[in-house]
Design a protein around this ligand. Structure first.
Ligand SMILES: NC(=[NH2+])NCCC[C@H](N)C(=O)O
Ligand SMILES: [Mn+2]
Ligand SMILES: [Mn+2]
Length: 309
C-alpha cells in the first residue's frame, strides 16, 4: 500500500441493512452481499486491520405511502440515528468508518457524524458524491417522497425537520464542501436547487467533454493535509450494464476504467478518511456481480493500484 495511507490503520465495517429510504425493495441485503463478495478479506489482504461490527438494528420498512411528502420518516430517523451513533463512536476510537448500506438515506446519519467529528478535530470536510442522481430533493419537491433522494438537502439544512441539524450546526455541509460525479438523472425542481445553491455537479456531459482525469484534478485541487475526504458511493453511479444490482439504475454511466481512475486519484491524495457504500440491491443483481464490483472499486479507493506493493 502507498505510504500516504499508512496512517489509516483500522477500517470499521458497519452494516445498515435497510431499504427504508427507497421504494424498490432489496437494498437491505446490501451489507451481506458485500461480505459475501469478500470486502473484509480484501481489506485484510491489503494489510489493513479490519473490524466487522456486524449489522445495526432498526425498524422494518412499513411500505406505506408518503405523508407530508416523505415516506417512512419515523423509520428513516431511527435508522439514521443508529448510523450516526456508530459512525461517531468509530471516529472517536480513531478508526475509519466504512458504512455498508442500505439505501442512500443513510448518508444523513453517516455524514452528520463525520461533519461533527471534523469540527472538533479541526479538519476540513470534503465530500465526493458518486451517483447517477444528485439526491437533493426535499419533502416539498420530491416526486417520490423517498428519502434516498433527499440526503444532500438534509445535510445542507433544507430537508424534513427531524433529519436536519444532527451535526450540531444547522447544516452539516455547505455547497462548496461537496462535489457530484457521474450525474445523469436530476428531477426538474432539483435542477433549480442546484443552480440556486451553486452546487458543483460534474455530470456525464462534463465527463464526456473533459474526461475523468481532468475532472478529478479539478475536484481534488484544494485537498490538503487538513482535509478529511469522505466518499459517498452510490453503486447506481456505474452503468447498469456493469452494476445491475441497483434499484434506480440509469443507463449511460462512467466506464469501468473511468471509475477505476476516479478511485485511484482519490486514493493518491492519501486523505480518504471515511466511506459510504450504498444502494446495492442483491434482489436485482446477477450472481452478486454488483457487490463484487463494489469490492474492486473499494480496493482501488484504499490504494490497491496495479503496481502498489
Ligand atoms: N439514492 C438514490 N438512488 N436516489 C434516487 C433518487 C431518485 C429520484 N430523484 C427521487 O427523488 O426519487
Ligand atoms: Mn443514485
Ligand atoms: Mn444516491
Amino acid at each position: 500500500m502507498p505510504d500516504t495511507i499508512a496512517g489509516m490503520k483500522t477500517v470499521s465495517l458497519i452494516g445498515a441493512p435497510t431499504d427504508v429510504g427507497a421504494s424498490v425493495r432489496g437494498a437491505g441485503m446490501g451489507p451481506d452481499a458485500l461480505r459475501v463478495a469478500g470486502l473484509f478479506e480484501m481489506l485484510r489482504d491489503h494489510r489493513f486491520n479490519v473490524i466487522d461490527h456486524g449489522n445495526l438494528a432498526g425498524p422494518p420498512t412499513p411500505w406505506t405511502e408518503p405523508k407530508g411528502g416523505v415516506r417512512h420518516l419515523e423509520e428513516v430517523v431511527a435508522w439514521n440515528r443508529a448510523v450516526f451513533d456508530r459512525v461517531a463512536a468509530v471516529l472517536a476510537a480513531g478508526q475509519t468508518p466504512l458504512l455498508m448500506g442500505g439505501d442512500h438515506c443513510l448518508a444523513i446519519g453517516s455524514i452528520s457524524a463525520i461533519a461533527r467529528h471534523c469540527r472538533y478535530a479541526k479538519k476540513k470536510l470534503r465530500v465526493i458524491w458518486l451517483d447517477a442522481h444528485t439526491d437533493v430533493n426535499n419533502e416539498t419537491i420530491s416526486p417520490s417522497g423517498n428519502v434516498h433522494g433527499m440526503p444532500v438537502s438534509c445535510l445542507l439544512g433544507y430537508g424534513p425537520k427531524p433529519l436536519i441539524g444532527w451535526s450540531g450546526q444547522p447544516a452539516a455541509l455547505t455547497p462548496e464542501d461537496i462535489d457530484f460525479i457521474g450525474i445523469r438523472s436530476v428531477d426538474n425542481d432539483e435542477k433549480q436547487t442546484i443552480r440556486r445553491l451553486g452546487l458543483q455537479v460534474f455530470d456525464m456531459r462534463h465527463l464526456d467533454e473533459h474526461g475523468m482525469r481532468n475532472t478529478m484534478i479539478e475536484v481534488l485541487q484544494d485537498v490538503d493535509d487538513d482535509t478529511h475526504l469522505h466518499v459517498s458511493f452510490d453503486l447506481d453511479c456505474l452503468d447498469p450494464a456493469d452494476a445491475p444490482g441497483v434499484g434506480t439504475g440509469v443507463r449511460g454511466g462512467p466506464t469501468y476504467r473511468e471509475m477505476q481512475l476516479c478511485m485511484e486519484m482519490i486514493a493518491d491524495t492519501g486523505r480518504l478518511s471515511s466511506l459510504d457504500v450504498v444502494e446495492i440491491n442483491p434482489a436485482l443483481d446477477v450472481r452478486n456481480r454488483t457487490a463484487e464490483l463494489a469490492v474492486e472499486f473499494i480496493a482501488s479507493l484504499f490504494g490497491a493500484s496495479t503496481l502498489a506493493r
